[in-house]
Design a protein around this ligand. Structure first.
Ligand code: SAM
Ligand code: DTB
Ligand code: SF4
Length: 331
């Protein structure tokens, strides 16, 4: 969808917008299901990048120490626990600029993915930049989806990160798609962006070919010590509008209500589900920050008559729909 189309929808009265997104939601996701995804930080902190929102950048004093890659056995144990608790996707995150073939770190990750992929959950990784070879190897090892967020608009990106570019993010996404992995890509609300930036972010996401399999919408968790520590929270209705727009712009994607849920009321989350969210991170920790307790999440789903989505471990990447380019080039 173009910026102009998104803007027209954004300017609708709130109820008109969520009525439209509800229709798109029901057309593609009639089952009243919510996907439960468990996140695990397999390598925490000490990252060379300067993403100004991130607790794990070595540039800021956030109290998050640099750790080593978690041993495989421990990761498998956590993945089995996640599966036993109803998660159908296991997402492993590493605080790296990226991974390179021929390094011990990459060989270790490949071994971990091979083992986790035997457990019958969708396997997602988020390891930073990938080249074509790394993407191919991860796909062969069993990664179903690669998470790489564009985070904000092309124009605003340089205000939040200086150690890599928006185009670098697009290149990794292209490499992951070319290797046959599904893409999980979304962004963060509350990075000092304006409405235009938010809509331009969605324009880029909806222009991917194929479109992302999932779109995480994170609300900034302000981390003391980072340049974003004092950012104002985003208005509740703006978050819901973005969920609604994501549902309309990328109708077949899972729209994941991601970071920031501990600050959201049950009523707000219910409106997000109504407007088109159908996935959450499940488990009491995200990467370094808190997430709602699992029991609270299960209770909320029950109260709303929603059920956890059934597993689809064989998930294939969506096919390209035509010869459109990946996304508008950065200017
Ligand atoms: N290093 C990898 C990367 O940059 O893609 C993977 C890990 S990174 C922490 C994954 C994503 O988490 C970021 O792209 C960002 O969208 C989200 N994130 C990180 N810190 C956050 C925060 N404080 N609040 C909200 N979302 C955050
Ligand atoms: C995504 O979009 N959000 C998740 C996951 N992908 C990797 C990460 C949220 C991190 C929130 C801050 C923290 O826990 O450090
Ligand atoms: Fe590193 Fe990813 Fe955090 Fe950026 S978002 S500092 S790349 S871990």
């Amino acid at each position: 969808m173009t910026y102009a189309e998104l803007k027209e929808l954004y300017d609708l009265p709130f109820f008109d917008l969520i009525q439209r997104s509800r229709r798109a939601h029901e057309a593609h996701w009639p089952e009243n299901e919510v996907q439960l995804c468990t996140l695990l930080s397999i390598k925490t902190g000490g990252c060379s990048e300067d993403c100004s929102y991130c607790a794990q950048s070595a540039r800021y004093s956030t109290g998050v120490d640099a750790g080593r890659l978690m041993p495989k056995d421990e990761i498998i144990e956590r993945a089995e626990f996640a599966k036993a608790n109803g998660s159908t996707r296991f997402c492993m995150g590493a605080a790296w600029k990226g991974v390179r073939e021929g390094t011990k770190r990459f060989d270790d990750v490949i071994e971990i993915v091979e083992s986790v992929s035997q457990l019958g959950m969708e396997v997602c990784t988020t390891l930073g930049e990938l080249g074509p070879t790394e993407a191919q190897k991860l796909k062969e090892a069993g990664v179903t989806a690669y998470n790489h967020n564009i985070d904000t608009s092309p124009d605003h990106y340089e205000n939040i990160v200086s150690t890599h570019t928006f185009q670098d993010r697009l290149n990794t996404i292209r490499n992951a798609q070319d290797a046959g992995m599904s893409i999980c890509s979304g962004g963060i609300l509350g990075l000092g962006e304006n409405n235009e930036d938010r809509l331009k972010m969605l324009e880029v996401l909806s222009g991917f070919n194929p479109q992302p399999e999932s779109v995480p919408i994170n609300s900034l968790v302000p981390i003391p010590g980072t340049p974003m520590a004092e950012q104002q929270g985003v208005d509740t209705f703006d978050v819901i509008r973005m969920i609604a727009l994501a549902r309309i712009a990328v109708p077949k994607a899972k729209v994941r209500l991601s970071a920031g849920r501990t600050q959201m009321s049950e009523e707000m989350q219910a409106l997000c589900f109504f407007a088109g969210a159908n996935s959450i991170f499940y488990g009491d920790k995200l990467l370094t920050t808190c997430n709602p307790q699992t029991e609270a999440d299960l209770n909320l789903l029950k109260k709303l008559g929603l059920s956890p989505q059934k597993p689809r471990p064989e998930m294939e990447a969506p096919a390209c729909e035509n010869e459109r380019p990946l996304a508008p080039a950065c200017s």
